[in-house]
Design a binder for this molecule. Structure first.
Ligand code: COA
Length: 158
C-alpha cells in the first residue's frame, strides 16, 4: 500500500461518529460514486444529466467516505500539470453535517501534498464558499454559472 491508498479514520466531535475515507478500488465502489453523484448533482440540484466524466474519471483518484458500512460521500482528485484539481465533492443529503465533507477534503488535500504540484484548485458552488475557505481556498476571478448554479474558481497554494 502507498500513502495514497491508505484509508483514514476521522472521529467527529461532538457526535463521536467514526468516518472512514479511502480511495475507490473496484468497479462496484465506482458505481457507488456514480450513484451519489446522481443523487446529489442530477436529482437534487439538476446541475447535470450525466455523471460520467471521462476521460478524467479514468485518470483520477476517487475517494469515498463511509460510516457504519455505508458510503455517504465522495470526491475526486485529478492531477493536471502543476495542479491538483478537486471536483465532484458530494455528501448524501441525509448524511450532511456530520463531518463527511470535511473528512473527504482533508484526505484529498493530504493526497495532493504527496505529489509535486503547487496548487489545489476547484470550482465551488457559491453556497459552499465558506466550506472551501475553511480549508484555505481563495476565490480568483469572476463568478460564473453552470446550469443555473453560480460557481467560483478557487485556489489554494499547497
Ligand atoms: N457552507 C458553509 N459551511 C459549510 C457548508 C456550506 N454549504 N457545509 C458545511 N459547512 C461547514 C460545517 O458547518 C462544518 O463546520 P465546522 O467544522 O465549523 O463544524 C464544516 O463545514 C464541515 O462540514 P461537514 O459536515 O463536513 O460538511 P458536509 O458533510 O455536510 O459536506 C458539502 C459539505 C458541501 C460537500 C455538502 O453540503 C454537499 O454535498 N452539498 C451538495 C453538493 C455540493 O454542493 N457540493 C459542492 C460542489 S462545489
Amino acid at each position: 500500500m502507498t500513502a495514497t491508498d491508505q484509508p483514514r479514520e476521522h472521529t467527529t466531535s461532538p457526535g463521536g461518529t467514526v468516518l472512514v475515507t479511502r480511495p475507490v478500488n473496484n468497479d462496484a465502489e465506482m458505481e457507488a460514486v456514480y450513484e451519489i453523484r446522481r443523487e446529489v448533482f442530477v436529482r437534487e440540484q439538476g446541475l447535470t444529466r450525466t455523471v460520467y466524466d471521462e476521460p478524467d474519471d479514468r485518470t483520477s483518484i476517487h475517494l469515498v467516505c463511509q460510516t457504519g458500512g455505508r458510503i455517504v460521500g465522495t470526491g475526486r482528485l485529478t492531477f493536471v500539470r502543476d495542479e491538483a484539481h478537486i471536483a465532484w465533492v458530494a455528501v448524501r443529503k441525509a448524511d450532511r453535517g456530520i463531518g463527511a465533507g470535511k473528512a473527504l477534503m482533508e484526505h484529498l488535500l493530504s493526497i495532493a501534498r504527496t505529489r509535486p504540484v503547487e496548487y489545489a484548485t476547484l470550482n465551488a458552488q457559491t453556497h459552499a464558499l465558506d466550506f472551501y475557505q475553511s480549508f484555505g481556498f481563495e476565490s480568483i476571478g469572476r463568478r460564473f454559472h453552470m446550469s443555473q448554479i453560480e460557481h467560483q474558481f478557487m485556489i489554494k497554494v499547497l
